[in-house]
Design a protein around this ligand. Structure first.
Ligand code: MEV
Length: 309
């Protein structure tokens, strides 16, 4: 085979429910098409190599060096396809998704990689196949991922998610204009997920109260989104941010960006993803978006993305 194939997967942002989703409560997340991971596969001449320019990584894949999550993604996909491991393939990974910022960069890179390898071997993998294969690599990054990141990037659709139970598209009654602002601080999801786990093990009752409160916010948010009640969506984002502060996964930088967005007219704002760094997400009416973008930039955001769901 001498052809070239490629595949892409979007970044994602969690609108409601991060952390509590690891403990069986629901969460809502949406793809961010403005940020993409793209993988190209072509015939090579020296075994199976992955060049990930943005990640500053070149590696040779074989079943014996399956420690790197990207290598594991390739090996598991070849196994799923029953395609054997002896291939001369050059795999190029490019991504515009910031790493360690709550955008699901690792899941998106794995999803694009798995889909591209599938295409090279003439198999159009279903989103369910891609999601499952991505989950196997997310375990290596995160330890105990809920599965929301792999689900959203594999299906590339707004998703209401409950671990191992529900994966639903949700209705959007009125377009939601979102501003996503990056603190520039990278904090591994593994770290904050591990800290929440340690806290929950020390005091399960108190943590369960906060997780339940988040679960109720998520279900109320799903209804408000379907009704197009954007004021209520914003209010629920504010409430969700308070719960995340109670779990101690926010930070001064995140709180500062959240306050700046609200003061500039956002209807609500919260941190998004693992926390202690990464992004906030704010909801604003279309004519307020520009003011919110300017305010979060002035408050120190290193990158700002606008998206409409
Ligand atoms: C990470 O994007 C979201 C968390 O809820 C972890 C997870 O769901 O696996 C913090």
């Amino acid at each position: 085979m001498s052809r070239t194939v490629s595949a892409s997967a979007p970044g994602k942002v969690i609108l409601f429910g991060e952390h509590a989703v690891v403990y069986g409560r629901p969460a809502i997340a949406v793809p961010v098409p403005a940020r993409q991971a793209t993988v190209t596969v072509r015939a090579g001449d020296d075994g199976l190599t992955i060049h990930a320019t943005n990640l500053d990584c070149v590696l040779t894949v074989s079943p014996d060096n399956a420690e790197d999550p990207l290598a594991v993604a390739v090996i598991n996909t070849l196994r799923h396809l029953d395609a054997g491991f002896e291939h001369d393939l050059s795999v190029q990974v490019k991504s515009t998704i910031p790493i360690g910022s709550g955008f699901g960069s690792s899941a998106a890179v794995s999803a694009a990689l798995i889909q591209a390898i599938g295409r090279y071997f003439d198999a159009e993998l279903t989103p369910a196949d891609v999601s499952r294969l991505v989950y196997e690599t997310e375990v290596l990054y995160h330890g105990t991922p809920s599965g929301i990141d792999n689900t959203v990037v594999a299906y590339a659709e707004p998703t209401y998610f409950v671990r191992q139970q529900i994966m639903d598209r949700f209705d959007v009654g009125r377009p939601m204009h979102l501003v996503i602002a990056d603190t520039g601080r990278m904090t591994p999801t593994r770290e904050t997920v591990g800290d929440v786990r340690a806290g929950w093990q020390r005091d399960p009752e108190t943590y369960a109260v906060v997780f339940d409160a988040i679960g109720e916010i998520v279900d109320a948010a799903r209804a408000a989104i379907a009704e197009g009640d954007l004021v209520e969506v914003g209010r629920l984002m504010d409430e969700n941010h308070l719960c995340l502060r109670q779990l101690d996964v926010s930070s001064d930088e995140l709180d500062y960006l959240v306050c700046a967005a609200r003061a500039a007219g956002a209807m609500g704002a919260k941190m998004s993803g693992g926390g202690r760094g990464g992004n906030i997400v704010a909801i604003a009416l279309p004519w307020a978006v520009k003011d919110v973008v300017e305010a979060v930039r002035a408050a120190g955001a290193v990158a700002v993305i606008e998206t409409v769901v």
